[in-house]
Design a protein around this ligand. Structure first.
Ligand code: ATP
Ligand code: TZE
Ligand code: MG
Length: 287
């Protein structure tokens, strides 16, 4: 079995992502992001993408999906309320994205909770997503561990599922991002790189779609930074954390937070995002 030994040294300065540069890359390149996502979160997801400087398109029918994937900079797949058309659209879009080398993100909503969706997510995993973004229970379930999600919500802690995230990243080559109070982003190459992103707000789990819309934002960052997927995924989470912290300061509850959060996604500067608390670690892998 593969073992991980925490390294005494934190990640070398040279490989620490330049978050400000990533934010600027998104805002300057206006990445086109195809979202095949659930009906609950469509407006929030599209608005979040507009607010960060990306261009969203919810193209989710199988007859159109592959054609649009070929012109997109990034693709999000989220089966939260998927119809038969959406499942077929996802298959077509992922196939096209793999042909064009377009980065794509899988949000494994409710993996392990219901059978048909679990089968379809398993199929999508065989196509090796550029990034997998989910809450702690979803990531644990993908690796066959954890307490299991309760519907779409997590019952696990991020740190408790870190080993599962590392295994998944090893197996698929994907960047694996686990959301929660402190997010963890894992990329297993010769070494395992781990980033932990603090900030945000405890209103965030009370607004539906903060996680789902983050999946689209991750796709946008990957589209702007295709050569550095770890940096892209960390920067997307730092952007959310900075905006969440700012929005919480002026909110009275989840309703006003949702509005303030969109404003903050737009108004946070690259410097604000670079100032988010992110800690880096590496883990050596030995057989
Ligand atoms: N307690 C918390 N404090 C600060 N930020 C949080 C907290 N819980 C979640 N977040 C943030 O909320 C966002 C969504 O994470 P969450 O784990 O709630 O996703 P999710 O369960 O997939 O959401 P959904 O399925 O409703 O879209 C992330 O940016 C995460 O950092
Ligand atoms: C509430 C809900 N139900 C299916 S998808 C979704 C959005 C959060 O995952
Ligand atoms: Mg979710």
């Amino acid at each position: 079995m593969t073992q991980q030994h925490p390294s005494a040294a934190a990640q070398t300065a040279a490989s620490i992502p330049d978050l400000a540069a990533a934010v600027t890359a998104v805002r300057e390149s206006n990445p086109l992001v195809q979202c095949i996502t659930n009906t609950v979160v469509q407006p929030l997801s599209a608005n979040a993408l507009l607010a960060i400087g990306a261009s969203p398109a919810m193209i989710n029918h199988e007859a159109d999906a592959a054609q649009f994937a070929r012109i997109s900079d990034g693709l999000l797949i989220n089966f939260g309320t998927a119809s038969s058309h959406n499942f077929l659209a996802a298959d077509a879009a992922i196939t096209a994205a793999r042909e064009t080398g377009t980065p794509w993100v899988l949000d494994p909503v409710s993996y392990g909770v219901i059978d048909y969706r679990t089968t379809r997510i398993k199929q999508a995993l065989t196509w090796q997503p550029t990034a997998i973004r989910g809450n702690a229970s979803e990531i644990a379930a993908l690796a066959g561990t954890g307490a299991g999600a309760r519907g779409v919500d997590s019952t696990d802690e991020v740190e408790a599922v870190l080993e599962a995230a590392i295994q998944l990243s090893h197996a698929l080559g994907s960047v694996v991002a686990v959301s929660g109070e402190v997010d963890a982003i894992v990329h297993a190459g010769e070494q395992v790189c781990i980033a932990r992103v603090s900030g945000g707000s405890d209103y965030m789990p009370l607004v539906v779609g903060t996680g789902c819309s983050l999946g689209g934002v991750v796709a946008a960052y990957l589209g702007a930074l295709p050569a550095d997927p770890f940096a892209a995924v960390v920067a997307a989470h730092a952007h959310y954390a900075a905006a969440g912290t700012r929005a919480a300061g002026t909110s009275r509850g989840p309703g006003s937070f949702a509005v303030e959060f969109l404003d903050a996604l737009h108004s946070v500067t690259a410097a604000d995002i670079a100032a988010v608390g992110v800690s880096y670690d590496t883990v050596e892998v030995t057989e």
